[in-house]
Write a protein of this length. Structure first.
Length: 432
């Protein structure tokens, strides 16, 4: 049928029409999923988690055939919950303490940095750029009550300008006899507004709590369902592929699977190790809130190159408390000057956090990444970062979940399908 001349073909027999229809259907599916993100985000998260643990389940089934599929899944879930409980017990209390401490210390550190930056010996550009910090940290002025005219010592008669007692009583009786309705109305209005605000806040909180509960319930149920039936789902999808296109399609799907699994599984594992290394290293170096900062940078390192923000933050958290220190013996980053005043040893402040960062980054680049991710991923780190940011900007969490698979799919389809077609079209055009 493809040998017929163009004027005798049906519209759907043109390849570009079928491609446009498939692309439109794909875009429509993604858009519908975005609109239903309350359901699709837990489903995608459950599908991704089932995809991530599939190699572990397959390995357990090979090692212990008696377990079966569901037994292996129960073993994995139980082990994961036990490890999660241990991690929560060990890390959550210090993380909460450090988070609360950081929130309480931010105003004090801001005042210290502001006072240090506005000193006369600081460069003019530094004073100019940090001048707004002084306005942010300046305490709010409160009006003081001016004392009234003195009435003399205790027991003395009142001054000559004092009000007559009878007149005061008359004014009070008049006010009590004719209350101002507007004041009571104002109070009632304020009470109603406060009640409405509290009701709105409670409704919003309960709504968010319900959404979280629904998401967790849907995600947990979907995860168990996906993991239990994964082989059957893969077999069913395999049978849906037309036999003529099966080898080509399986080749593309296999390459996509290698890219996505290599990045996602490998990146999550590397991020966890990097976070632990940062937390331990910066804590040993005396960086305040080192555990909180290290684990946060570990989470950020899921996106390549985003962990670079960790070192400047470590320098800042370490240096600012030292600016207001007066006791040279309070920290090994301080020394006593000629006049006995505490002075910061800046080479230590710069060197030791940077040394932790260098060791961690070198371990990630030359040990962890080659061993865990290898060379299977074809996604450039910059492309991954741009895809994640773009997906988050367009569709929030839903877009971030789809960013890496979509980027990998676009790259592979471009290399395997689009570019060869463009080359053939160019060759035919050149031949004519």
């Amino acid at each position: 049928m493809t040998d017929l001349p163009p004027e005798q073909r049906h519209l759907w027999e043109f390849q570009w029409v079928r491609d446009a229809a498939a692309l439109t259907a794909l875009i429509g599916t993604v858009w519908l999923g975005y609109k239903l993100s309350l359901v699709t985000v837990p489903l995608l998260a459950a599908l991704g988690l089932a995809y991530l643990i599939e190699p572990l389940l397959a390995w357990l089934q090979r090692q212990m055939p008696r377990l079966g599929r569901r037994g292996a899944l129960v073993a994995v879930i139980g082990s994961a919950l036990a490890v999660l409980a241990l991690v929560v017990i060990l890390t959550v209390p210090p993380l909460v303490r450090q988070t609360v401490g950081l929130a309480q210390d931010i105003p004090r550190h801001a005042r210290t940095l502001s006072a240090w930056s506005q000193q006369a010996e600081r460069p003019a550009w530094l004073r100019e750029h940090l001048a707004p910090l002084a306005n942010l940290t300046r305490p709010t002025s409160t009006a003081t009550l001016e004392p009234g005219p003195s009435t003399g010592s205790t027991g003395d008669p009142p001054a000559s300008n004092s009000l007559d007692e009878a007149r005061v009583r008359a004014v009070v009786r008049e006010e009590l006899a004719h209350p101002q309705p507007t004041e009571s109305g104002d109070w009632l209005e304020r009470i109603r507004e406060a009640g409405a605000t509290l009701a709105s806040a409670a409704a919003g909180f309960l709504g968010n709590l319900a959404q979280i509960g629904i998401g967790l319930g849907v995600g947990a149920f979907a995860f168990v369902s996906f993991s239990s039936n994964w082989p059957r789902v893969v077999t069913a999808l395999h049978d849906l592929i037309p036999a003529a296109r099966r080898p080509r399609t399986l080749h593309l799907v296999g390459r996509l699977d290698r890219v996505v699994s290599s990045f996602v599984r490998g990146r999550l594992t590397i991020a966890a190790m990097v976070g632990v290394m940062y937390a331990i290293g910066w804590t040993l170096c005396g960086v305040p809130y080192g555990l909180l900062l290290g684990l946060a940078i570990g989470v950020a390192s899921v996106v390549p190159y985003l962990a670079a923000i960790g070192l400047p933050l470590a320098w800042l958290l370490l240096a600012v408390p030292l600016l207001g220190a007066t006791d040279p013996a309070s920290s090994w980053y301080l020394t006593a000057g000629a006049d006995g005043v505490a002075q910061i040893v800046w080479w230590k402040v710069l060197l030791f956090p940077a040394l932790v960062n260098f060791i961690t980054q070198s371990t990630e680049d030359y040990v962890l990444t080659p061993l865990i991710q290898g060379k299977a991923t074809d996604l450039h780190p910059v492309a991954i970062m741009v895809a994640v940011i773009a997906g988050g900007s367009l569709m929030g969490l839903y877009g971030m979940l789809l960013a890496v698979p979509v980027a990998a799919c676009v790259r592979i389809l471009g290399e395997e399908v689009l570019i060869p077609r463009l080359r053939r079209w160019a060759e035919r055009a050149a031949g004519t």
